[in-house]
Design a protein around this ligand. Structure first.
Ligand code: HEM
Length: 262
């Protein structure tokens, strides 16, 4: 049987679809992305519900600009301040990247609070989303920790004294306070080790934790669905789980209690 020659358009389609199919067959990733992008959300979802994604964008900007800064920053008391001056004054667009990171830190925290306020006012922290609220609280604490540890890195007078105050406040916490202060300082007073310790916490430990927590947070958002606004005809706190999950399944653990509670 004679086979028909493929048209140019069909050849192009095959060239695009082959790697996509290859990946899907071996990982199921394409299906997962489709499921994420085309899941159902309540019809009256509104702009306030974009604050979570805005926060995520702010975090990504921080991660990218922070990575660029880390290529030039030197976490050593003798060169930290000079390396920051070098970034600001000599490196091409260094002032912009540094400015984005510095101001972006405030944007990230403000957006996190606004997103948290939206979740609170919409009652979206209630059953079955309590765990996601708890993860959110950990994200908020980690975000504040990023701000605190990043503030010392320019190693100027403001940075130094702000950190002295911050560590002293931590030190007054009941039971754990003195250990916490000792841990943060890397000794009994602020010294060279404090700077490298803050740097490691700021660019490895907390960002890693935030990335993992965001992964969990978004997994739960997708699994539980998005809450409708309180003025919606659907009662607040019920999302696509209410009889119609994004993938059409019902009857997950606890769902019946969730329905009865409405
Ligand atoms: C790095 C910080 C955070 C990121 C990137 C983030 C991201 C998101 C995104 C993208 C959503 C879905 C869309 C939306 O509802 O806006 C969401 C939902 C949610 N977030 Fe966050 N979030 C963060 C921090 C927080 C904080 C601080 C809290 C509360 C303490 C929180 C609690 C929740 C809850 C309970 C939901 C589910 C809301 C619903 O189903 O309507 N999140 N988050």
């Amino acid at each position: 049987m004679a086979t028909r020659r493929l048209t140019r358009k069909e050849q192009m389609q095959q060239a695009i679809l082959y790697p996509v199919d290859w990946l899907e067959e071996r990982s199921g990733l394409v299906g997962a992305v489709k499921y994420f992008l085309f899941r159902k959300v309540p019809g009256d979802t509104n702009w306030f519900q974009t604050l979570g994604s805005a926060t995520l964008t702010a975090f990504i900007v921080q991660a990218l600009t922070g990575t660029i800064l880390a290529m030039y920053y030197k976490p050593d008391p003798n060169s930290a301040y000079d390396s920051i001056q070098h970034i600001t004054n000599d490196i091409w667009a260094g002032w912009l990247v540094r400015g984005m990171h510095r101001w972006g830190a405030s944007v990230f925290i403000i957006l996190m609070f606004m997103h948290m306020g939206r979740v609170f006012l919409f009652g979206a922290y209630k059953y079955p989303r309590e765990l996601n609220w708890i993860i959110g609280v950990l994200l908020l604490a980690s975000g504040l920790g990023e701000g605190f540890t990043g503030y010392l890195l320019p190693w100027d007078q403001t940075a130094y004294w702000a950190t002295v105050v911050g560590i002293n406040i931590n030190g007054t916490a009941p039971f754990l306070g003195p250990f916490l202060a000792q841990f943060l300082q890397g000794g009994t007073y602020i010294n060279a080790d404090t700077l490298s310790r803050f740097y490691a916490i700021h660019m490895l430990m907390i960002p890693g934790a935030i990335a993992a927590l965001i992964g969990l947070h978004l997994y739960l958002v997708i699994r539980l669905g998005v809450t409708s606004p309180p003025w919606s005809k659907e009662a607040a706190g019920t999302g696509p789980l209410d009889g119609e999950t994004p993938n059409g399944k019902v009857g997950r653990a606890g769902l019946s209690r969730f329905r009865r509670g409405r």
